[in-house]
Ligand binder design. Structure first.
Ligand code: ZN
Length: 232
């Protein structure tokens, strides 16, 4: 990494000026069950992916793109997104395609889920459900608890209730962790009600009166999720 490129980032494909990667503000509200962050980070979603005005490449950090992405950006499939994709989802779907062609399934799934959030914000429910179905397919082999629980939410919000219910049973069988179990029970209840709405990860938790150490929503919820994932 040379200092000049940090000071004046440029597109890794065409060399045009790029901006620095966007840094979202720290969330102050709990995330959704699919880990979409709470406000004020939540509403900065349109800033997360930059699109190069010169070559049309899209990425969180244009300067990190390598020439290997050139073939994708110049491909008919990439061009076709311009007309086929909902405008609000276009940057995310372009980045997802670049990730897909480089075999980066993890970032592809995150990009498509972000596209689904953009579709949510545009009230494009059919598109949001279709994007979530793609994410669920990419996460079909998830064997970590976090991704598994997020996939459960993605399936439910895609309206794939039977598959979601079966995945909930699978998750219940692979983790006995108390908080994960609470989330799974909550999701099964929502699935039974044919609910495709968004819910905060704090929703499945017992009220503070039953958990005295959990006193303030946002901090406690973040801590809860960290504990669940073994990060604290
Ligand atoms: Zn460029």
């Amino acid at each position: 990494m040379s200092a000049p490129s940090v000071a004046n980032p440029t597109c890794g494909l065409c060399g045009a000026p790029a901006r620095r990667p966007f840094r979202a503000p720290q969330p102050e509200i709990a995330p959704d069950l699919d880990m979409r962050p709470g406000e004020p980070a939540r509403s900065t979603l349109p800033d997360w992916i930059q699109t190069c005005r010169s070559c049309g490449a899209a990425a969180p950090d244009l300067s990190a793109l390598t020439p290997a992405a050139r073939g994708v950006v110049d491909s008919p499939a990439y061009a076709a997104l311009t007309t086929s994709a909902l405008e609000e989802t276009l940057p995310f779907r372009r980045w997802a395609l670049i990730c897909e062609r480089s075999g980066d399934t993890a970032h592809q799934a995150e990009a498509l889920l972000q596209a689904a959030w953009a579709a949510d914000d545009a009230a494009a429910m059919t598109e949001a459900a279709r994007l979530r179905a793609e994410v669920a397919a990419l996460w079909a082999g998830a064997n970590d608890v976090e991704t598994g629980l997020r996939r459960l939410d993605v399936l439910r919000r895609a309206g794939a209730f039977e598959e979601a219910d079966a995945w909930a049973d699978h998750m219940a069988a692979v983790t006995q962790e108390e908080t994960a179990a609470a989330i799974i029970r909550f999701q099964k209840s929502r699935i039974a009600h044919r609910d495709i709405g968004r819910h905060l990860i704090s929703a499945p938790m017992p009220p503070p009166a039953h958990a005295p150490h959990v006193s303030h929503g946002k901090r406690a919820t973040t801590g809860f999720w960290s504990r669940l994932l073994g990060r604290s």
